[in-house]
Ligand binder design. Structure first.
Ligand code: AMP
Length: 354
């Protein structure tokens, strides 16, 4: 039997971990990424060095792969749609379209019957002032597109925070003002949907951010069974509405009464799901490969409690110490330069076993 080839758009750590999971199931992988010797290409069969929207590079990917997936949500939708004419692309390109623009995303999530923060589209300083007035001077202003790790955001904590210059400060691009959510904690759910419509959902993780970047994901999250069930239910609704195939990550705020407010969704494997490689038999990476390849989904049950911690920048220097500890899975991304804020690897420490 000839091995099938999975094309992965994007060559970062998520692509790397997808390629490793793919290899274990006898798939070959080809990575499309402009940066040579990227983290994913180091463990893949082949790299096409090219931009994500380069027609020639995409055509080459389409010719080389039996299935194409992606590791980040900013793949140009048109490029994904064009590629999907030649080769199956999962998750479906419409999931990219929904996740790339925070306004479209919130409308879509609300349309699934799932609450989000209230929001206004902001296209000018006057829009910003009107929107802030509607939210009593408080809110979180975000770029509609291309924000990540808290970049492209400005928080208005009270009516004492002047809105002056706020629109221009975020670059004069289309923005969204969200009402300020007084949440008690943040959780995320990693869920998968197979080509046959089967859904598998991992237990929600409780996430702590530092400087806008995920620091730890702890499982189980400190939430009631009802809140966990509501998070799973929301994930199932989103997956069905998108006729989705693959893994998705959905972030929520948890209110004091246990209510959930959806924040955002990522149509890909997610940093807050890295713990699954240590605490579940089938990780989010293998689950995604199974889904996009049309194989049966694995059981998403967790055999251990655990804490995943990102190694950011100089945290990489702590690896020798982590390696001396029992029950810790260390995973490094092959990045040579440890710049501040750069994700270099992660560790997952298993706590009690079930
Ligand atoms: P995001 O880029 O949307 O994930 O936002 C980054 C972080 O900012 C979130 O993880 C929250 O901690 C905080 N945040 C974002 N939106 C809101 C909001 N509407 N209300 C309160 N905090 C928020």
């Amino acid at each position: 039997m000839t091995a099938k080839t999975i094309g992965i758009i994007g060559g970062g750590q998520l692509g790397r971990m997808l390629a490793m999971a793919a290899a274990r199931l006898n798939f070959r992988t080809v990575i499309l990424e402009p940066q040579a010797d990227c983290p994913a290409a180091q463990v893949a069969n082949r790299q096409i060095v090219g931009a994500y929207d380069d027609p020639a590079a995409l055509a080459e990917l389409g010719r080389s792969a039996d299935i194409v997936t992606y590791e980040f949500e900013n793949v140009p939708v048109l490029a994904a749609e064009r590629l999907a004419e030649d080769v199956p692309v999962f998750p479906p390109p419409k999931a990219l379209a929904m996740a790339q623009d925070r306004l479209t995303e919130k409308r879509f999530i609300n349309g699934c019957g799932i609450p989000t923060a209230r929001f206004h589209a902001v296209g000018s300083q006057a829009d910003l002032e009107a929107a802030l007035a509607d939210f009593s001077g408080k809110g979180v202003l975000k770029t509609r597109r291309l924000g990540y790790d808290g970049k492209g955001q400005r928080v208005y904590r009270s009516s004492a925070d002047s809105p002056a210059g706020g629109y221009a400060a975020l670059g004069g691009v289309p923005l969204i003002l969200e009402s300020f959510v007084a949440f008690e904690r943040e959780i995320s759910v990693i869920a998968a949907r197979g080509a046959d419509g089967a859904v598998a959902c991992y237990d929600p993780a409780e996430n702590v951010h530092r400087d806008g970047i995920l620091h730890t994901s702890t499982v189980p999250a400190t939430i009631s069974d009802a809140t966990a069930a509501a998070a799973r239910d929301a994930a199932a609704k989103i997956l069905a509405a998108l006729d989705y195939v693959g893994v998705i990550g959905i972030e929520f705020f948890v209110l004091a009464d246990g209510g959930l407010i959806a924040n955002e969704m990522a149509p890909r494997v997610h940093n807050s799901g890295h713990w699954t490689e240590a605490a579940c038999v089938v990780s989010q990476f293998e689950q995604h490969i199974r889904a996009v390849a049309g194989l049966a989904l694995g059981n998403a049950a967790r055999h251990s409690d655990c804490v995943m911690q990102n190694l950011i920048g100089d945290d990489i220097l702590s690896v020798p110490d982590w390696l001396k500890r029992d029950g810790v899975l260390v995973h490094l991304y092959g990045k040579t330069e440890a710049r501040p804020g750069r994700k270099m690897g992660h560790v997952t420490e298993l706590k009690s076993r079930h």
